[in-house]
Design a protein around this ligand. Structure first.
Ligand code: IMP
Ligand code: MG
Length: 195
């Protein structure tokens, strides 16, 4: 792991406040309906756990996991499902819960995949929306925090599998110039700067 320090970006209290607001919005939109939350592993596990506990709706919860291949800083678009959902979403209202939508390549792939199962409705809730880095045309229906740039960790997000347990979201600042070498192709659920 490359030498780095962590700079606080979103304090725990602000995160919790924003999640309560998001939940209120979702609750109002789905009032009187049943909803399936689909969390994208691993990054969304903390966010989904907090969000779900603020939703007073008949809920079902499932998870899937994606691996994206390519360099550590960019999605290559080559995405593979490594764990599928286990409940049927056909004719159901579905909300995908994701940690970060960055280029949008992963979410565009996932939405195409889930649409093929013919849900009644399909929307996206992302804790972090890095809207300025978008390459794929993906709409985030419920965006927690809009951030322009920076590699973030904490609250489910990792750098090399570390820091997922932190309550605050931090930006990773490298103390030495990042190693620009492309990483060997391999599976990961995030694209941190070169290690
Ligand atoms: P996209 O396909 O470029 O939108 O990449 C989205 C995925 O990359 C997210 O689901 C995250 O897992 C990961 N990711 C993007 N930015 C960050 C970050 O700042 N920290 C941790 N993971 C990130
Ligand atoms: Mg992810």
């Amino acid at each position: 792991m490359q030498e780095h320090r962590l700079i606080p970006r979103v304090p725990a209290e602000d995160l919790q406040q924003r999640i309560r607001e998001l939940a209120a919005q979702i609750q109002a939109d789905y009032e009187g309906r049943e909803l399936i939350l689909i969390g994208v592993l691993k990054g969304a596990f903390v966010f989904l756990a907090d969000l779900a506990r603020h939703l007073d709706l008949p809920l079902e919860i499932d998870f899937l996991r994606l691996a994206s291949y390519g360099s550590r800083t960019e999605s290559s678009g080559a995405i593979e499902l490594t764990k599928d959902i286990e409940i049927s979403i056909t004719d159901r209202d579905v909300l995908v819960v994701e940690d970060i939508v960055d280029s949008g390549i992963t979410m565009a792939w996932l939405l195409r995949y889930l649409k093929s199962r013919q849900p009644r409705s399909l929307r996206v809730c992302a804790l972090i929306d890095k809207f300025q880095r978008r390459q794929a045309d993906v709409r985030v229906d419920y965006a927690g925090i809009r951030i322009d740039q920076g590699f973030l960790v904490g609250y489910g997000l990792d750098y090399s599998e570390k820091y997922r347990n932190l309550e605050t979201i931090y930006e990773v600042k490298f103390t030495a110039p990042p190693n620009q070498t492309e990483a060997p192709v391999g599976a990961c659920d995030c694209h941190p700067p070169g290690k």
